[in-house]
Design a protein around this ligand. Structure first.
Ligand code: AME
Ligand code: ZN
Ligand code: ZN
Length: 424
């Protein structure tokens, strides 16, 4: 038996990848790229490293299919991870320590170094079994997802190089599921990062008068809170899923007249500002939200202005909601669902990803992507302390990908294989 397929070696390779410190803001991208290329060599995959931006390598691997005319499969992952407060972890976040339960502790163990390595391990098993892909399978390991993907996925998906890959379907990250059902995502919400600013008449802290900046801002905050509650209620009563409502969360408040000892206590300030993280589902009407912001949350009539730190499009470049079909009219969805079942897994109802992933830069072009991380029976710990993945869950995920990649790479039909929009 091939020793590289033994459990200790599989787990050790995962640990090696986890131990490379690719935390923002200073990810060791070249160490990660070297490791991935060494993995590619051991699997006889073709590899190239592309730096759309210097110092930020994207590693692209290729397993050529026997029919290069068919659209290819892209297995996508990002190599960077979010920072961690090391001293608050039970085990150091880059130790990849395995405890007595088989839980592997590391930043990136769920988000999403697991997925990147599972793709490779699934290919290792498929190669060992003698499987030959009909369609070409690409793997991309991209930088900077955690800081918006502008120097990674955004440039990659808009490149001529990407067009030349003739990609038919992309798999990107999903989320861990605490139940036995895997989660799969057919869309995501668009981040709108809004800053609203009120100005008003400054004055003595003891006076009651109208049109202060604080009062003006608080009126907006009240209105925002009512809207937030109305959205949250739809989740609470089970009418909508987490990704199906517009979420609105205050992330900063800025006001006051600074002094060397803190804030001046008896002056009402002339300016006050709030930052709001808004997530807009693809099915929402962006124009009515824009109207709400301009008329209710930051009306000029109340001396308010607003600006966006980020306002990701809700619709694709054809003006359609950015959705990948998640039903049996999309063969890629059908193949995924059937493969997961065949490998002994269960899939929950398809969902809208509540946060942002690199897949938005692809769906923006009207192309299909499915968000999927084969992590069941596991608490959702992405970006949290003590992020871990159990080694049995990890190994099961490899089997799941083995089934998916086999099904995707063997899929012979063409013409029907664009899963995003009817027109394609
Ligand atoms: C908008 S860039 C930041 C991306 C980040 N993604 C995740 C998955 O946490 C987010 O949704 O905030
Ligand atoms: Zn991620
Ligand atoms: Zn993340």
């Amino acid at each position: 038996l091939d020793p590289t397929l033994s459990t200790p070696e599989i787990i050790s390779r995962f640990q090696q990848y986890l131990q490379i410190n690719t935390a923002q803001p200073n990810p060791q991208y070249y160490e990660a790229a070297d490791f991935l290329i060494s993995q590619a060599k051991s699997l006889s995959l073709e590899s190239q490293t592309i730096e759309f931006v210097k110092g930020k390598p994207l590693v692209l691997l290729k397993w050529p299919g026997t029919n290069p005319h068919l659209p290819s499969i892209l297995l996508y992952s990002h190599t960077d991870v979010v920072p961690s407060e090391d001293h608050k972890w039970t085990h150091h976040p880059f130790s990849a320590h395995i405890d007595e339960k088989g839980n592997i502790y590391a930043r990136g163990s769920q988000d999403m170094k697991c997925v990147g390595m599972q793709y490779l391990e699934a290919i290792r098993r498929l190669k060992a079994s003698g499987f030959q892909p009909l369609r070409t399978v690409y793997l991309s390991f991209a930088p900077d997802e955690e800081i918006g993907g502008h120097d990674g996925a955004e440039k990659f998906y808009e490149s001529k190089l990407f067009d030349d890959l003739n990609v038919g379907i992309v798999l990107d990250e999903g989320l861990a599921s605490p139940s036995e059902n895997y989660r799969a995502f057919y869309a995501e919400r668009s981040p709108w990062w809004l800053v609203i600013k009120a100005i008003g008449t400054p004055g003595h802290g003891a006076r009651l008068y109208d049109n202060t900046a604080m009062e003006n801002l608080l009126k907006s905050i009240e209105s925002i809170r009512r809207f937030r509650a109305s959205q949250f209620d739809m989740i609470k009563v089970g009418l909508k899923g987490e990704g199906e409502v517009i979420s609105v969360n205050m992330v900063f408040l800025k006001a006051g007249t600074p002094s060397p000892t803190g804030f001046v206590m008896n002056v009402q300030p002339s300016e006050a500002e709030a930052g709001i993280d808004i997530r807009v589902p693809p099915t929402a009407d962006p124009e009515s939200l824009e109207k709400r912001i301009a008329e209710e949350w930051a009306p000029i009539a109340r001396n308010m202005t607003f600006s966006f730190k980020q306002k990701a499009p809700v619709h694709d470049k054809f003006g359609k909601p950015m959705l990948t079909k998640a039903d049996r009219s999309n063969p890629w969805w059908t193949l995924l669902e059937d493969a997961v079942h065949k490998a002994g897994g269960k899939l929950g109802k398809p969902e809208i990803f509540p946060g942002a992933t690199d897949a938005r830069y692809l769906r923006r072009r009207g192309l299909p992507a499915i968000g999927f991380s084969p992590i069941a029976n596991t608490p959702l710990l992405l970006h949290e302390h003590d992020e871990f993945l159990n080694q049995d869950v990890y190994l099961k995920g490899i089997e799941i990908y083995e089934a998916i990649i086999k099904a995707y790479a063997s899929f012979a039909e063409r013409g029907t294989d664009k899963g995003s929009r009817d027109e394609l």
